[in-house]
Design a protein around this ligand. Structure first.
Ligand code: DGY
Length: 321
C-alpha cells in the first residue's frame, strides 16, 4: 500500500494542476464532476487524509463528524462559509483556502456586472437574439454612465480594493467604502470611509458587495438596507448570495427604486431565486467570478501548496482554521 497522502479532489481542476498533484500524492478525482452527496463527503472523511472541496460542497458538521481520517480540508477557493470551521476545529482538522489569486478576476467580474447593468447589455442581447431589435434610435435602451458616479464598496478587503481601483482609474468613479479600513491604499484612491452601512447606501449610485458569507452577513442587504439605497441606484454582488434578501431585491427592482442589479452568486446555488428570473433589469451570471484559465490554475496551485506544506508537517500558508 502507498504511504503517500490520500487526497480527494471533489470537482475537476485544471488538468495541469491535477497532474502536478498526482505526481506527489495518491489522488482520487471525481471523474463525473458532479457534486458529491453529503453521504459521499462524510464517507470520504474516513477514507482520505486530505479533502480538497470547492464552494459547491457543503462541508457541514454532519460531514465533518465522519472525519476519522481527514486531517486537512484544502479548499479550492477563497470563501469558506460552506465549511463548518468550528466543527473542523473540534475534530482537529485544519482548513486552508486560496486567497489573493482570484482578486483580479473577481474585481473584473464586478466591473463586468456594473457595466452590463448600467448599460442594459443583457436586455439588449436578449432583444437582438429574439429578433425584436428594430434598429438604432436615440431613445433605445438608455442606461447610465459610470463616470463621476459614486461606487460604494461594502468590504474594502483585497477584492473590494481591486474593484475600487478599476472603477476609479478605469472609469472615473468616486469611491466610498464601509466595513474595513481606512487604509493607506484607500486614501490613495481618495476613497471616503463611511462610519456605517446606511451612510454608504444613501450616497452610492452603485453598491458593490465584497464581504464574506456566513451567519454574520446573512441578509445584510435586506428590505431596510435596500430602502436606504438611493432611488435609481444599482446593486452588484460577486460575494455570496446569502448576503442579500432576494425577495426584497426583486421588489426593489420591480418598483423601480433600484434601476438595476448584477448578481453572480445566489443563496442555494445552482438555484436562482424565481422572482429574479422574470425581471429585465437584473443581470444574472452563474458564479463566474474566478472563471478564467489563469486564475483557476493559480487557485489549484495555491490549494496544492497548502497540501504540500501539510505533508511536510510545516505551517500552512493559508490556514483559516
Ligand atoms: C471563491 O473562491 O470563494 C469563489 O467564490 C469560488 O469558489
Amino acid at each position: 500500500m502507498s504511504d503517500r497522502l490520500r487526497v480527494l479532489v471533489t470537482r475537476r481542476w485544471p488538468e495541469a494542476v491535477e497532474r502536478a498533484l498526482a505526481e506527489q500524492f495518491d489522488v482520487t478525482l471525481n471523474e463525473t464532476d458532479e457534486p458529491l452527496s453529503q453521504a459521499q463527503l462524510a464517507d470520504a472523511m474516513a477514507e482520505f487524509d486530505v479533502l480538497a472541496p470547492t464552494v459547491s460542497d457543503r462541508i457541514d458538521a454532519d460531514v465533518i463528524a465522519g472525519g476519522e481520517r481527514v486531517k486537512l480540508i484544502a479548499n479550492y477557493g477563497v470563501g469558506f462559509d460552506h465549511i463548518d470551521l468550528s466543527a473542523a476545529k473540534t475534530k482537529g482538522i485544519a482548513v486552508s483556502n486560496t486567497p489573493g489569486v482570484l482578486t483580479d478576476a473577481t474585481a473584473d467580474l464586478a466591473l463586468t456586472l456594473m457595466l452590463m447593468a448600467a448599460r442594459r447589455a443583457g436586455e439588449g442581447e436578449r432583444e437582438l437574439r429574439s429578433g425584436k431589435w428594430t434598429g438604432w434610435r436615440p431613445t433605445h435602451l438608455i442606461g447610465s454612465a459610470l463616470k463621476g458616479k459614486v461606487l460604494g464598496i461594502v468590504g474594502m478587503g483585497r477584492i473590494g480594493m481591486a474593484t475600487a481601483e478599476r472603477a476609479k482609474h478605469g472609469f472615473g468613479m468616486k469611491i466610498a467604502y464601509f466595513a474595513r479600513g481606512p487604509k493607506d491604499e484607500a486614501k490613495a484612491l481618495d476613497a471616503e470611509f463611511c462610519p456605517d452601512l446606511e451612510t454608504l447606501l444613501a450616497k452610492s449610485d452603485f453598491v458593490s458587495l465584497h464581504i464574506p458569507g456566513g451567519a454574520a452577513t446573512s441578509n445584510m442587504i435586506d428590505a431596510q438596507a435596500l430602502a436606504a439605497m438611493k432611488c435609481g441606484s444599482y446593486l452588484i454582488n460577486t460575494a455570496r448570495g446569502g448576503v442579500v434578501d432576494h425577495d426584497a431585491l426583486a421588489d426593489a427592482l420591480k418598483s423601480g427604486h433600484l434601476a438595476g442589479a448584477g448578481l453572480d452568486v445566489y443563496p442555494e446555488e445552482p438555484q436562482v431565486p424565481e422572482a429574479l428570473l422574470e425581471l429585465e433589469n437584473v443581470v444574472l451570471l452563474p458564479h463566474l467570478g474566478s472563471a478564467n484559465a489563469e486564475t483557476r490554475e493559480a487557485m489549484g496551485l495555491r490549494a496544492m501548496a497548502n497540501i504540500e506544506a501539510f505533508a511536510r508537517g510545516g505551517d500552512l500558508p493559508d490556514r483559516v482554521a
